[in-house]
Design a protein around this ligand. Sequence first.
Ligand code: GTP
Length: 598
Amino acid sequence: VSAERIRNFSIIAHIDHGKSTLADRLLLTTGTVAERVMKQQFLDNMELERERGITIKLQAARMNYQAKDGEAYVLNLIDTPGHVDFSYEVSRSLAACEGALLVVDASQGVEAQTLANVYLALEHDLEIIPVLNKIDLPGAEPERVIEEIEQIIGLDCSNAILASAKEGIGIDEILEAIVQRVPPPSNTIDDPLRALIFDSYYDSYRGVIVYFRVMDGTVKKGDRVRLMASKKEYEIDELGVLSPNQKQVEELHAGEVGYLAAAIKAVADARVGDTITLAAKPAAQALPGYTEAKPMVFCGMFPTDSDEFENLRDALEKLRLNDAALQYEPETSSAMGFGFRCGFLGLLHMEIVQERLEREYDLDLVITAPSVVYKVVTNNGEEIYVDNPSKLPAPNERESIAEPYAQVEMITPESFVGTLMELCQNRRGIFKDMKYLTQGRTTLTYELPLAEVVTDFFDQMKSRSRGYASMEYHLIGYRENPLVRLDLMINGDPVDSLAMIVHRDKAYGVGRAMAEKLKELIPRHQFKVPIQAAIGSKVIASEHIPALRKDVLAKCYGGDISRKKKLLQKQAKGKKRMKAVGTVDVPQEAFMAVLKLD
Ligand code: GTP
């Protein structure tokens, strides 16, 4: 296909505003997928994604469309993940497009994440087509939402499309608008090959399957290609398009979107954002915008049963084949034994990995509370990064300590502004800005320490706003603060996996609350268990769990064996998610206690 007949676009939408439904409609209307096949959803195919109702990994679909001007066009839809943790991937898939549909639920309005992605699209000079979805709903107010889009984004909405993905309204208009308004890719077929990787996944038979957009030149099956960032070379075994199933082709030209397989062993070897070029005739310069995913949130993962350590290592290795952003290294904890310190892009990424380890690999894990990465200057002037609170150098060994800050943007109905401000204030937030939009909706901007954002901020925001507020955050750099390490001691021993870094002014409150929470969460034992919180050698809070009075077996009067067995089994079950810390069994929830203090 010649470049003039190609349109590459993506869909920007907030969760639940109808992106998948609209994508399905486009595939149906263009005859790319038959109705009966549609049921097994193409664009959201991971079980986990569907269950959580979010799209994590992006993919692509190629559609043939006969436009009203009589010409046949190829429309490539490049999907984007909807969550802030994956904003780098979003930016790469937008870089592979010339246009984007901005889909907004006409009964709701613009949400924070949508806003962030629209700004990304504008940075890449994408043509944006506003689509007001769900106009079939009685509560739809397209005029109000249009006003809101114009007000917040400053986007001209005079030619916004009113649609219902569910009822099939406005779909032809959307297809025509893509052809008429999205510019075709520039025709650089004679330049050296440059193709942008916007997604990849690991396939156990063919190796990594790489999704890319050819920006310049031509790529053919059998070509020897070089990845400009990883500097690795491969021979293309398989080249194809996504229609939306993989269909092999012999070659792809500038402007086209496709996939390749080349016996690549792990996604880390073909990272999102890397440039594919020809080994024999490489491009002078890689495409701009490549960065390596950097983990922002860390936690410890320990198997409840220490015999499972090797299995955990194998599982992490397998996940890593498919997840270039996942980091891990062995960690030895005096309290928990052998495990791994793992790094993630954000909290959602962390939850996804944890769930997969437990579900797909059937591992029982004890996971420690999330931590951010601190920048510490030691006494001898060395700058180090600390991702594990228990590794923080003692006060007399460090000059300064700085923590990462994020700018958080929230969009909320006006009535929740007070409670959200209170939340931000409690989390050491610095107020930056507040703007009133249409109909009592408000944007609220704060600067917050990332550590305060990763500990349950999102859930708190959702519950305080009864689900109505949305948020987005991005990092704005490190700031020095008077931070201290808070140690928790159980039965007299400091538990390294419970150590945390907190602001000096909050240390007493957090210490007391933690001691109380642990008292609540740790079951009674045959002996009294003291719990203490300390800063350095100074104990700031102290509680104890009274000893258990009765032996469970005492009830059985030594008689009925099967009943005894049952009771023991019951006890064993309750123990499943416990970790023995010295002689004390500590349940998983205790390690997450810090998330439950508010
Ligand atoms: P994620 O995949 O979670 O990002 O959500 P999404 O944006 O893809 O939304 P999805 O297409 O899954 O739609 C969310 C809900 O809205 C579903 O229950 C759809 O049936 C419904 N929905 C989508 N479009 C319309 C529409 O035009 N009208 C009505 N009434 N409902 C719609």
